[in-house]
Ligand binder design. Structure first.
Ligand code: 5RP
Length: 222
């Protein structure tokens, strides 16, 4: 008998379905950005949310299209729950995010939430962050070249994400080959470069819980 295999999209849907079970009616939910989050948004009409805080303009538009009220984080206070995907996750539940360029707003909403649940398919699981996927860094436009030179000094190879402007009107450098043996130290080191707005290493505010969809089912860590 042939073995059933799920596609990556089906695994993303499975992770999102599991995440849905952790949302309580009446909540104000922090909602991330990306294709995995889009699977969750498709299911959110079933939950009677009080409202949502969006981590990007794209997510905001999708939530509004479903009739979900999108609230300003300055009005909501601390959120009970933020749910988002990731580009990479390690066993310490530290993440690389920002493939979609929404890292700054995502990091703000994650930081302002009591609990951060990350949902991924198992292709995102890595031993060491940043070996396969670059770290996205949001920079003020005028500082782009200066920040790139500083990143080279850190051993990275920055690539300007041409034609992309963030929700805040800034630019993105995707940095390859950084040694991220210590994610928290590297996150803080990059933040110290003048002109950097935010970087895609989520170690200071890492995930509290990981839903990882595998061919065998959705594993929940820890
Ligand atoms: C966007 C992100 C996303 O969470 C990350 O890129 C994962 O996206 P996807 O669910 O499409 O794989 O950080 O800035």
């Amino acid at each position: 008998m042939s073995k059933l295999t799920f596609t990556q999209q089906q695994l993303k849907q499975a992770a999102a379905k599991q995440a849905l079970t952790l949302i309580e009616p009446g909540m104000i939910l922090g909602v991330g950005t990306g294709s995995t989050v889009n699977c969750l948004i498709d299911l959110l009409a079933k939950v009677n949310l009080k409202g949502a805080v969006a981590s990007s303009q794209v997510t905001e538009n999708k939530l509004k299209a479903l009739g979900i009220e999108v609230l300003d984080l300055n009005q909501t206070g601390e959120l009970d729950l933020y749910i988002d995907g990731a580009d990479e996750v390690n066993s310490g539940l530290e993440l690389i995010k920002g493939g979609g360029g929404a890292l700054t707003r995502e990091k703000i909403v994650a930081a302002a939430s009591k609990q951060f649940i990350c949902m991924v398919d198992d292709s995102k699981w890595v031993q060491t962050l940043g070996v396969a996927f670059p770290v996205a860094i949001e920079v003020l436009p005028q500082a782009r070249s200066y920040v790139a030179r500083e990143l080279v000094k850190l051993g990275g190879e920055p690539v300007y994400r041409e034609g992309f402007v963030t929700d805040y009107g800034n630019l993105i450098l995707d940095v390859y080959d950084l040694d991220i043996g210590d994610p928290l130290a590297m996150e803080q080191c990059i933040n110290n470069i003048t002109g950097v707005v935010c970087n895609g290493i989520f170690a200071k505010r890492k995930a509290d819980k990981l839903l990882i969809a595998r061919q065998t089912g959705v594993e929940i860590l820890p």
